[in-house]
Design a protein around this ligand. Structure first.
Ligand SMILES: Cc1cc2nc3c(=O)[nH]c(=O)nc-3n(C[C@H](O)[C@H](O)[C@H](O)COP(=O)(O)OP(=O)(O)OC[C@H]3O[C@@H](n4cnc5c(N)ncnc54)[C@H](O)[C@@H]3O)c2cc1C
Length: 351
């Protein structure tokens, strides 16, 4: 195990913000994960598990304990199909998620093609049940191999045990901080058709006579994401972000009716779509934009992406405090105008 001290965390995040880690270990083997955990225990240090830093806001003061970066690599495609005829792929938690998607698409296996271009590691995907363009990893995760910090055992959690819901699982709710994800097994459909349900994707393929294949769908998703600044392109100012900053609120019928009334009073119609049978998911981007925070809003240090109303971007010299101030401002205004409390999506580290 290579133990480092006072390592700046900003370069290890996509938004490029945050102070140093007092101690830092990059684990490339399960043995190094165990060693790092034992070191943190022996010094009574708080442990933070780092993936690719694409969903984080790290405090300007950094992290006073140990940051353990999980860099377990490897993608294995199992030769036998499971009982449902799916192909199982095992991927190390430290693998790049987009590299995994590319691998699956090249193997003609469907189930994750709409999740192309999402930054981050494989190990980060079960944590907030990553989703986009009509797919979520909860639909394809068969099991998650974890190190249980409660008793030091390596366990295999089945999909049901992860309790996936919209942008949530046991890993970021009830059991937060208990598990380190080591590997994830995805069950994908061999020679399956791409999932094209989202309006943007349908529009992209409009007028085509033949159905798009998995590779074309992956390219389309990456193209649409790039237009929105949601694909990491080095040097592109609009992608120095942590992705969508707020979750889409899921409202009850009563809350939704109240929102519609408020919108009508302003001559607006709320765009919505059914999330669950009796609840409605509302676009957080719409709420943010209609609260005065339009694309490009902000100062020279921090602001809203010029291409996506939900992304808070570091325009070069932003601090974590700048981001938090803007976040608070947006939440307060949305609450005042629409009566809805927006919930941040990125993890706040060291605050
Ligand atoms: C431009 C951009 C676009 C994005 N678009 C989307 C999108 O479309 N849909 C979506 O769902 N998300 C999106 N995101 C958010 C982000 O990409 C995902 O949440 C991603 O899965 C985070 O993975 P990570 O490895 O970067 O995790 P990190 O940011 O490093 O960590 C996030 C959380 O996961 C935990 N964690 C990470 N790895 C492990 C592990 N091995 N074991 C235990 N805990 C771990 C961390 O402790 C932390 O709590 C976007 C982000 C950006 C910057």
């Amino acid at each position: 195990m290579n133990l480092l001290e006072n390592i700046p965390l900003a370069p290890l995040t996509t938004i490029k913000i945050g102070g140093p880690a007092r101690y830092f270990v990059e684990a490339k083997t399960i043995g190094e994960v165990h060693e790092a955990v034992a070191f943190a225990r022996s010094r009574d240090l708080h442990l933070f598990i780092l993936g690719d830093g694409s969903n984080l806001i790290v405090a300007d003061s950094g992290w006073p304990g140990l940051v353990l970066k999980i860099s377990l690599q490897g993608i294995d495609q199992q030769t036998a199909h499971d009982d449902d005829g799916k192909v199982l792929f095992d991927a190390g938690a430290g693998e790049s998620w987009d590299r995994f998607v590319s691998h699956a698409v090249m193997a003609h296996c469907a189930g994750v093609e709409c999740l192309s271009g999402i930054p981050g590691s494989v190990g980060g995907t079960p944590v907030q049940n990553v989703g986009a363009y009509g797919q979520e990893v909860s639909e394809t995760i068969a099991s998650v191999q974890v190190l249980d910090l409660k008793d030091g055992q390596v366990r295999e959690l089945c999909r049901e045990a992860c309790e996936f819901t919209y942008r949530a699982s046991i890993f970021n709710t009830t059991q937060q901080g208990r598990f380190i994800v080591l590997r994830v097994t995805y069950a994908l459909t061999p020679d399956g058709k791409p999932h094209i349900s989202y309006a943007d994707l349908k529009r992209h393929f409009e007028g085509r006579e033949t159905s798009p294949n998995l590779a074309e769908t992956r390219e389309a998703v990456r193209h649409i994401r790039a237009l929105k600044g949601m694909l990491i392109v080095p040097g592109e100012p609009d992608c120095q972000s942590a992705g969508s900053f707020f979750k889409n609120p899921v409202l009850s019928e009563t809350q939704h009716a109240d929102l519609e009334k408020r919108a009508a009073a302003r001559g607006l119609t709320v765009p919505s779509y059914p999330a669950l049978e009796t609840r409605k998911k509302v676009s957080a981007a719409w709420l943010v934009e209609h609260s005065g925070f339009t694309k490009g809003f902000g100062s020279e240090r921090v602001g809203i992406s010029t291409r996506h109303a939900l992304a808070i971007v570091n325009r070069g010299r932003a601090t974590a405090a700048d981001v938090v101030t803007l976040k608070d401002q947006i939440q307060q205004r949305v609450q005042e105008i629409w009566g809805i409390q927006l919930e941040p999506e990125p993890v706040m580290v060291g605050f």
